[in-house]
Ligand binder design. Structure first.
Ligand SMILES: NC(=O)c1ccc[n+]([C@@H]2O[C@H](COP(=O)([O-])OP(=O)(O)OC[C@H]3O[C@@H](n4cnc5c(N)ncnc54)[C@H](O)[C@@H]3O)[C@@H](O)[C@H]2O)c1
Length: 338
């Protein structure tokens, strides 16, 4: 089997490669721009006998030369996207244009490559906020709150149109917030680890009454495992047998408010975190307090996440202490923790 991944030098992409290396004998081909938050340092654990990386900026079409270099592919995992909500709010146009173009590029490529499945990676955020006790099931109404989630909705919609018009075997997956080693410091877990180590307050988004936001976090390894499971245990549903493509929610095992998450990180480091509750309505318009997806479909189909949240969080924290440069820190900053 040959699998093509976009965003291979991104946070989740690098975990997917490690998971495929450990659990399959597949050949892995990656496309990377090494920009848009991709980082070649993430590729250090890749096996050069199994993984080939080609440079490609997906804002433009793949050249015929690159297409022939890639060769035949069985599966495509389309991860490439700008992924940070704050940046989508400060600069919506290039952010949205990037994500729309990346989707079109890969779907156009899929028309030529004719893979067995094309996973379009998406997010819980397309559904907008979930009220307390509410869990969005697959195909509930889509109401994005900010330009990031709108750009992911656009990727889903374009993929759905290629599924219907051109017969591309699209599978959409919506996953919840991901944690793990090598994550960009703009995201909450590395940001919190860094602040706790340096003794600075961790900003936590809350509503006007001080209730922190909550998420269902899961380790990137679990996402990778869910995609591998879908590719090996299910077949994409196709038009006209069904009226819409396969869609699967991939959900973390427990809901955590962000204050509890930060305290859990503090417990691992043996330090009481300083926190600063920030009213997100004023500070971060477009941010949602709670996301929640209904994970029953994939659970009932038989997938079980291989790693649990608490162990993976501890592993992530200790990995960051061992690799302080990822947090913008030095050995001297973390020596007391080792
Ligand atoms: N991290 C999360 O919590 C989370 C949750 C739900 C969904 N997702 C989705 O998962 C995917 C991967 O996210 P991540 O956390 O690894 O983000 P990331 O920012 O670490 O990685 C994104 C990757 O996309 C690549 N990319 C972006 N634009 C590109 C372009 N024009 N050409 C080539 N490559 C381009 C970047 O180089 C990078 O490697 C994204 O589609 C994101 O929307 C992430």
């Amino acid at each position: 089997m040959r699998v093509l991944l976009t965003g291979i030098a991104g946070f989740i992409g690098s975990h997917v490669v490690e998971h495929l290396q450990a659990n399959t004998d597949w050949e892995i081909i990656g496309l990377a721009s090494f920009r848009h938050r991709g980082d070649s340092e993430r590729t250090e654990s890749f096996d050069p006998d199994r993984v080939t990386i080609h440079y490609a900026d997906l804002r433009g079409d793949l050249s015929p030369t690159l297409v022939s270099r890639i060769g035949p592919v069985d599966y495509i995992l389309n991860l490439a996207a700008e992924s940070h909500v704050d940046r989508s709010i400060t600069e919506p146009r290039p952010f949205i244009e990037n994500n729309v173009s990346a989707a079109i590029t890969m779907l156009e490529y899929a028309r030529i490559a004719k893979p067995r499945a094309f996973i379009q990676v998406s997010t819980d955020e397309v559904y907008g906020p979930a009220a307390p006790g509410q869990y969005h099931a697959e195909w509930e109404p889509i109401i994005p709150s900010n330009p990031y989630s709108a750009s992911k909705v656009a990727q889903e919609a374009i993929a759905t149109s290629y599924w219907r018009t051109f017969g591309v075997p699209v599978v959409i997956t919506n996953n919840m917030n991901v944690i793990g080693e090598r994550q960009d410091t703009e995201k909450i877990v590395p940001k919190a680890i860094r602040s706790i180590i340096t003794g600075e307050p961790v900003p936590i988004h809350a509503d006007a009454s001080g209730n922190p936001g909550s998420r269902f976090y899961l380790h990137a390894r679990n996402i990778a495992d869910a995609w591998l499971w879908l590719l090996t245990n299910t077949a994409p549903e196709m038009y006209p047998h069904v009226g819409r493509p396969s869609r699967w929610n991939i959900v973390g095992e427990e809901e955590l408010d962000n204050l509890t998450l930060v305290r859990m990180i503090g417990d691992v480091l043996g330090t009481e975190p300083k926190v600063e509750l920030v009213d997100f309505h004023n500070a971060r318009p477009g941010h949602d307090r709670r996301y929640a997806l209904d994970g029953r479909k994939i659970h009932e189909a038989g997938w079980r996440p291989p790693v649990n949240l608490r162990d993976s969080l501890a592993k992530t924290v200790w990995w960051s202490v061992a690799n302080p440069e990822w947090l913008g820190l030095t050995d001297a900053d973390v020596r007391h923790l080792r």
